[in-house]
Design a protein around this ligand. Structure first.
Ligand code: NAD
Ligand code: 3PG
Length: 525
C-alpha cells in the first residue's frame, strides 16, 4: 500500500480521502527540516502547502518519493528542478483557492481605500478619530493588474462589479482573452502611470522578482495604492517604504513577504501599511477544495498512474492511464532497445506514432521512449527528467502522428541518429496488449523482448544461423525464441535471440568472432 505524508496543516478531508482511496497516510504538520529529512524516505507521496520547504536535501533523502502534491498554487517552496532530476512528479491544485485569493485581494483593496484596519484599531482604543480616516471611493477608479491569469481575471471580474476600469500588464495575455475579460491590455509603464490601485497576481520568477521597485514607484501616479496577495519578492520592500514615506504611494496592503514567516519586516508598524499573514487561500471553502484535490490527485497517481496538474511531466487522465499502460511497456522496450544498441552521442530522435496509438495522449509515451533511450548512457534518468535531459543535451526531437493504419493497426517507430549512424526500431501491440518488436535497422522481424537477449547484425550468408545455434548450445545457453530478418538477400540481417540467462562476456566474444558477424550485443530488459 503506498504511503503519503501530509507535512503541512491541511483539512482533515485530505487524510480521509487518502484512506478512502486505499493510501496509507500520516498527518504530521510542523516538522522541522531535520525531522522531515529523517522520515521522508518512508513515503511514496508528500502533500504540502507553503510551509514545508522541499529542498534538494529533502529530495535526496526521499528515496521512495514519487509525487509531491501542493494543496494550493505556488510551488516556489519546492525545488522543482531537483524533484524532476529525481523523477518525482510535482503537482499543484491550480484553481482550488483562486476565488478565495481574489476575494482577499479585493478585501485588501477596500480596506486600503477606507483604512479599515487602522480605523478599527483606533476605535477599539476609544479614540473616535472620525476625521483621521478620510477614504477614497473605488467607483470609477482605474485598477492596474500585474498578471491576469486565474486570480487576476477573477479580481478583474469583481472590480468590474465595483464599477472600476481595469487595465492589465501581462505579456502572455492575448488581446482576445483581454477583450473577453473586459480588460485593456497595456505595457507596464502605462499601467504604472494610469492606475489608482495596483494589484499583483504573477508568480515569482526571474522576470517578476522586484517588478515593483524604486524605478517603478517613481513612474506611478502620486497617491497610488498597492495590493500584493501573490508572492513576497515581487515588491522591493525597502523601496516601497521610501515611496510610502515620501507620499508617492498612499497605502500598501500585503499578504505576502520576501521572508516568511515574516516575524520582522521593514514595513511593519508603518501607518500606511496593512498586513495579513499569507491568508490569501485561508477560507474554509478553499481549504476544502485544495485538500480534496491534492489527496485525489496524489492517490490517483499512486494507485492508477493517472497524472493531473503536474508541472514537470505530461498529464495522463485516469481514463487514459489503463489504455496507455501497454503502450508504456512498448515504448520502454523500444527506447531501451535503441539505447542499448546506440554507441555514440545522439544528435536527433524521430518518433512516429501510427494507427491506434496516434489517437492517444503520446506525451507520456515520448517521455518513456526517451527514458529508455537515455538510460543506458546515464544513471538516474526517468520519465520525468528524460525530456529535460534530452533538451539539455541538444538532442533534436521530432514527433509525428498519423492515425491511418498501414501494415499494423498500431505502430511506434523510433529513429535515432548519432554522429556515426542512423538506427530504427519499431514495435506494435499484439492483441492490444503484448509488445512486439517488428522492425530493427530497416529489417522486418517479429520478436518478443524478454529479460535477456542477444542482438546480432550479420551478413546474410548460408550456415550462419547454424553456427550461432551451435555456439550457444556448446556454451550451455538455452534459447527461448529466435527471431530473424533481412532486408535484401545476402545483405545485412538481424537476429534477436531470447535466452534464459544473461549472455556471458566469453560467449559474446565468441559470437562477435563468428564469421559474417558485424555487431553482437547483449541486451537486458
Ligand atoms: N496569497 C496567497 O495565499 C495566494 C493564494 C493563491 C495564489 N497565490 C499566488 O498568486 C499568484 C497568481 O496565481 P494564479 O493562480 O493567478 O496564477 P496564474 O498562473 O493563473 O497567473 C499568473 C499570470 O501571471 C502572468 N505573468 C507571468 N509572468 C509575468 C510577467 N513577467 N509580467 C506580468 N505577468 C506575468 C502569466 O501570464 C499569468 O497570466 C501566484 O504567485 C500564486 O502563487 C497566492
Ligand atoms: O500559492 C498558494 O496557493 C498560496 O500561497 C496559498 O498558500 P498556503 O497554502 O500556504 O495558504
Amino acid at each position: 500500500m503506498p504511503k503519503v505524508l501530509i507535512s503541512d496543516k491541511m483539512s482533515p478531508l485530505a487524510e480521509q480521502t487518502f484512506k478512502e482511496r486505499g493510501v496509507d497516510v500520516d498527518y504530521k504538520p510542523g516538522l522541522s527540516p531535520e525531522e522531515l529529512i529523517a522520515i521522508i524516505g518512508d513515503y511514496d507521496g508528500l502533500a504540502i502547502r507553503s510551509a514545508t520547504k522541499v529542498t534538494p536535501e529533502v529530495l535526496e533523502a526521499a528515496t521512495n518519493l514519487k509525487v509531491i502534491g501542493r494543496a494550493g498554487i505556488g510551488v516556489d517552496n519546492i525545488n522543482v528542478p531537483a524533484a524532476t532530476n529525481g523523477g518525482v512528479i510535482v503537482m499543484n491544485t491550480p484553481f482550488g483557492n483562486s476565488i478565495t485569493t481574489a476575494e482577499h485581494a479585493i478585501a485588501m483593496m477596500m480596506a486600503l481605500a477606507r483604512q479599515i484596519p487602522q480605523a478599527n484599531a483606533s476605535t477599539h482604543e476609544g479614540k473616535w478619530e472620525k476625521s483621521a480616516f478620510m477614504g477614497v471611493e473605488v467607483t470609477g477608479k482605474t485598477l492596474g493588474l500585474i498578471g491576469a491569469g486565474n486570480i487576476g481575471s477573477i479580481v478583474a471580474d469583481r472590480a468590474h462589479g465595483l464599477k472600476m476600469k481595469v487595465i492589465a500588464f501581462d505579456p502572455y495575455l492575448s488581446h482576445e482573452r483581454a477583450d473577453d475579460l473586459g480588460i485593456q491590455k497595456v505595457e507596464l509603464d502605462e499601467l504604472l502611470a494610469r492606475a489608482d490601485f495596483i494589484t499583483l497576481h504573477t508568480p515569482l520568477t526571474d522576470q517578476t522578482r522586484g517588478i515593483l521597485g524604486a524605478e517603478s514607484f517613481a513612474k506611478m501616479k502620486k497617491g497610488v495604492r498597492i495590493v500584493n496577495c501573490a508572492r513576497g519578492g515581487l515588491i522591493d520592500e525597502a523601496a516601497l517604504k521610501d515611496a510610502l514615506d515620501s507620499g508617492q504611494v498612499e497605502g500598501a496592503a500585503l499578504d505576502v513577504f520576501e521572508v516568511e514567516p515574516a516575524k520582522e519586516n521593514v514595513l511593519f508598524g508603518h501607518p500606511k501599511v496593512i498586513c495579513t499573514p499569507h491568508l490569501g487561500a485561508s477560507t474554509t471553502e478553499a481549504q476544502v477544495n485544495v485538500a480534496l484535490q491534492v489527496a485525489d490527485q496524489i492517490s490517483e497517481y499512486l494507485m492508477t498512474g493517472g497524472v493531473t496538474n503536474a508541472l514537470n511531466t505530461p498529464s495522463v487522465s485516469a481514463e487514459d492511464a489503463p489504455k496507455l499502460q501497454p503502450y508504456m511497456r512498448l515504448a520502454a522496450q523500444i527506447g531501451g532497445f535503441a539505447g542499448q544498441i546506440t554507441q555514440s552521442g545522439i544528435v536527433k530522435v524521430t518518433i512516429e506514432y501510427e494507427g491506434h496509438v496516434a489517437g492517444l495522449n503520446t506525451k507520456p509515451l515520448t517521455a518513456t521512449l526517451l527514458q529508455g533511450l537515455l538510460s543506458p548512457q546515464m544513471d538516474c534518468v526517468n520519465m520525468v527528467n528524460a525530456p529535460v535531459i534530452a533538451k539539455e543535451r541538444n538532442i533534436d526531437i521530432t514527433e509525428s502522428k498519423h492515425e491511418r493504419e498501414l501494415d499494423y493497426h498500431t505502430l511506434i517507430k523510433l529513429t535515432v541518429e548519432t554522429e556515426n549512424q542512423t538506427r530504427t526500431v519499431s514495435g506494435t501491440l499484439f492483441a492490444n496488449k503484448a509488445p512486439r518488436i517488428v522492425e530493427v535497422a530497416g529489417v522486418n522481424l517479429e520478436a518478443e523482448l524478454t529479460q535477456n537477449m542477444l542482438y546480432v547484425i550479420n551478413d546474410d550468408k548460408p550456415g550462419f544461423i547454424g553456427a550461432l545455434g551451435s555456439l550457444l548450445g556448446h556454451n550451455g545457453v538455452n534459447v527461448a525464441t529466435f527471431a530473424l530478418g533481412r532486408k535484401i538477400l545476402g545483405e545485412e540481417a538481424v537476429a534477436l535471440v531470447a535466452v534464459d540467462e544473461p549472455i556471458k562476456d566469453i560467449v559474446l566474444d565468441q559470437v562477435t568472432a563468428l564469421a559474417h558477424v558485424r555487431q553482437a550485443k547483449r541486451l537486458t530488459f
